[in-house]
Design a protein around this ligand. Structure first.
Ligand code: PLP
Length: 414
């Protein structure tokens, strides 16, 4: 833990746990221990109530009705954009495009920004630790334009080799796309330095912030990237919500991705003109209630304080890592110096799916699989890992019970 985090008073999990009703339930007759927050985060009452209230009292379509409910719905939906702009450190609310999640946001950039700029011989730079959502859209763009992907390597401990990344920033690179925090390794990449290096070489950068937004204070201005994407369901919000933040000049130069209602200025059969960003990229009826929920999620996280969330989770990570390191035959994937609270692991002589299934019977929810990161699994030469991902609502007692459950299951599977 660094000195700054050390000076921050961690959250009291017993004070925040009642905010998350699902944490009180039992699974297979055992109290639930939810260690799968990197997959999707649990939802606080503030979000559940905001969505419930919206649907009961203000449900209407946005941007087209002049009646009272329509105005309330529009103001709740656009109000969420203000909240998210502040949460992300944007200069202006119009820099935020609402999407269905990170996957949608990255595809939007791949189709509307990258594809028109790519030619045979060009490249897109990604890293070895990307989620498929930050690989496949670029591969599709490459297939259609004759461009190719370049991959920045990582070390065995799961850190990006920054010098190699910078060496790869050659004139053929038309965009660099990298994750802020790895969903498998927990590695926190030095995104400011990476974005600065990209800028120096005149290369636009896109940062996948899916695993950062729920856990760290964000400031897209200070990071200095060109695009930053987040997904609502991992940050206490509902599924089907996400944000593409982009520099205004990019949004202005990019053609629309989807066409339809709400993204136009004037439609005629001889031609159509488009609304200004961000609405140019928000065709059709959006996930209004979802964004009301995401706005409430951002209020909730901000009320706890992102720096406190970060410090709380870091202390839990250190506690859990030390405990897991005592388990014979347990190997942790991802030992970066700067890590978020994600622990991928395997135990000698066991399959990760068997382990996760048996842990579930003990009430412990962990993920098992390739975590949508086949190239990273290939790098480590394994088909899958088990993954425990922690959040500020987890407790040390839960970690103790998790480790006890692992010991028990290990004995049964051996
Ligand atoms: N990027 C990372 C690092 C992720 O962890 C995930 C989800 O697991 C995604 C992208 C995709 O997010 P979504 O499925 O919400 O679009």
């Amino acid at each position: 833990m660094n000195a700054k985090m050390n000076s921050i008073q961690p959250l009291d999990p017993q004070a925040v746990r009642p905010d998350f009703p699902v944490l009180a339930r039992q699974v297979h007759g055992k109290p639930l221990i939810y260690l799968d927050s990197a997959n999707t985060g649990q939802k606080p009452l503030a979000v559940i109530h905001a969505m419930d209230r919206f649907l009961r009292e203000s449900n209407a379509n946005v941007a087209r009705a002049v009646h009272q409910l329509g105005e309330e719905a529009t103001s709740a939906y656009e109000g969420a954009r203000d909240k998210l702009a502040e949460f992300m450190g944007a200069n202006h609310r119009d820099e935020l495009v609402f999407t269905s999640g990170t996957t949608h946001a990255i595809n939007l950039v791949a189709y509307s920004f990258a594809m028109p700029r790519l030619e045979p011989g060009d490249t897109i730079l990604v890293t070895q630790m990307e989620h498929h959502a930050n690989i496949v859209p670029w591969q599709l763009a490459c297939e259609r334009t004759g461009a190719t992907l370049k991959v920045a390597p990582i070390t065995e401990s799961g850190e990006l080799i920054v010098d190699k990344f910078i060496d790869l920033l050659t004139p053929d690179v038309k965009l660099a796309a990298f994750t802020h925090v790895s969903n498998v390794l927990g590695t926190i990449n030095p995104v400011r330095a990476l974005a600065r290096a990209c800028r120096k070489h005149g290369i636009p950068s896109l940062i996948d912030g899916s695993q950062a937004a729920p856990h760290l204070p964000l400031d897209v201005k200070a990071i200095g990237c060109d695009f930053y994407v987040i997904t609502g369901h991992k940050m206490a919000g509902p599924t089907g919500t996400g944000v593409l933040w982009a520099r205004k000049e990019h949004l202005q130069s990019m053609p629309p991705f989807f066409g339809g209602g709400d993204m136009i200025r004037k439609v005629s059969f001889s031609g159509t003109t488009y609304a200004d960003p961000p609405h140019k990229f928000e065709a059709g009826t959006p996930n209004i209630c979802g964004f009301v929920g995401l706005g409430a999620a951002v209020d909730y996280l901000s009320s706890l304080g992102m720096a406190r969330i970060e410090a709380t989770e870091h202390a839990l990570l250190e506690y859990a890592t030390a405990a897991l390191q005592q388990v014979p035959g347990l190997r942790i994937f991802g030992q970066a110096a700067h890590k978020a609270a994600v622990i991928s692991f395997l135990i000698d002589g066991t399959q990760s799916h068997d382990l996760a299934t048996m842990l579930d019977l003990q009430g412990v929810a962990v993920r098992s699989g390739h975590h949508c990161a086949h190239p990273l699994m290939d790098f480590y030469g394994v088909p899958a890992t088990a993954r425990a991902s922690l959040a500020f609502y987890n407790t040390r007692e839960e970690i103790d019970r998790f480790v006890e459950a692992i010991e028990k299951v290990r004995g049964m599977l051996a």
